[in-house]
Design a protein around this ligand. Sequence first.
Ligand code: ATP
Ligand code: MG
Length: 478
Amino acid sequence: MQKSDSSSTQQGPFAGIDWFKLLFRIYFVLTRPLIEIVYGVRSNRIPLAECLLWGDAAGAMVFLHLDHLFFKKFGLQNWYPTKATSYYLYCGILMTSGFWFWGLFQTVLRNSLIKRLTEVFLEVGLKSPLGRLPAFIFDYPVDEFTRKMRLGRSCFSKIQFEKAKPALESSLQIYIDEMRENREHGSLDIIYSHSPMPSVTKIEDIHKIPSLSFVIGKTRAKQLTTTLQKVPHLMVAGQTGGGKSTFLRSLITTLYLNNPDFKFTLIDLKGGLEFQTFENLGRIKVIPSVKQAVSQLQHIETRLKERMDLLKANDCKDIDAFLAIPNEKRKDVAGVSAKTMNRLVLVIDEAAEMFLAGSHASANEIQSARRVLSQIARQGRSVGVHLIIATQRPDAKALDPQVKANLTGVICFQMLNDASSITVLGVGRATELPAIPGRAIWKSGSEMVEVQTPYLGTEEVDLLLEKYRKPPNSPEEE
Ligand SMILES: Nc1ncnc2c1ncn2[C@@H]1O[C@H](COP(=O)(O)OP(=O)(O)OP(=O)(O)O)[C@@H](O)[C@H]1O
Ligand SMILES: [Mg+2]
């Protein structure tokens, strides 16, 4: 009875239309692109310039009445908005159409991803006996190459997802770096990319790296290098085993081999083992204890002052201007020779050791070491003294905020918690790194990119530096 009633009301042109479904579709078509636009703006991935340019072009078209031609060509003249409200609405939509197109495109991508995922889950057997599949929650770019997809786990464990990893990779044509479970949300994050990230990488042709430059690591696209001019001071942070000392080893070796005038002071507060390979080399001083480190820093403080006097006497604003003056034309100052002045690289492995309780120096000495570090961080760039600090603990106790603020380049290996990652990078990105030694985030200015830092073993370093080694017990250099 009821059935015949309903069929009698569904006659005419609208017969057979499922209104609920239609309204839902309209709602979806209108709101989904808007949500995508909001996400796009929040994650900074919407091409703002292009969208605005498109809007400008559309605005110009309306201004020149070219849109009338368009309506005419398709016989839609009667549809042209003539009332003020509809006309302004029309102009508004047209001028923001770049954003709408982008949002619509993202919606189409998202829908096709959900469709593909459903097929893949069925293919790899991620379907419960009740027919439930993992639910797609979101998928967005973490940086230029890496994306994060969040799935509702449904009734599946992380182990089941891990078993399906190779199948997921080949079906979706992606490279999965890591799967991470969020117990409290019942979800699983998949960090992936469309291009492979190497898990071990070497420096390409170390002798050909230009002076002042060093390799940060390999991104998914290329070998990333920077220079001490762009990044005068550097922080290397990360939990134990991440690859801090290995990174320092490759950086020191590169700078040493390609800058024959540089001097190095390496403070190794982890028992003197990390920098053992740099002992007995001309131009390198290895300091293995807190006590010696403190007195070495005081010594550098004096050198800093001498360097500033030299720059002043030679009328130079910084070390680059000073080094551009031919050696014979440089002026000396009271007992300090201008001939030998060049850049000095000060590297500290595990800076926290120097400042935390239990170190073998008095409170006064530690205080003065803190002061000198802060001075180097502030003034070092112009006088050519570069500070490279590695630490497991980037907090204020281990590293003065003022020093940290001047360490403009940051290489951050995996961190245990968001708080540490935020302290170093300003975001929790380092906790999302896969647990692969050497995998890190490089941050300099607004640039933040995932890299695989180069691996250079101690044996390789020994071979590379063999010809520079001094005979044991030769006199210490200044
Ligand atoms: N870039 C890399 N590529 C491949 N393996 C690496 C890389 N960096 C480090 N490793 C591996 O990880 C191990 C630990 O690295 P490393 O000693 O540099 O860590 P760390 O961060 O200095 O740790 P800690 O804080 O305990 O001193 C190395 O012995 C090496 O085997
Ligand atoms: Mg180390």
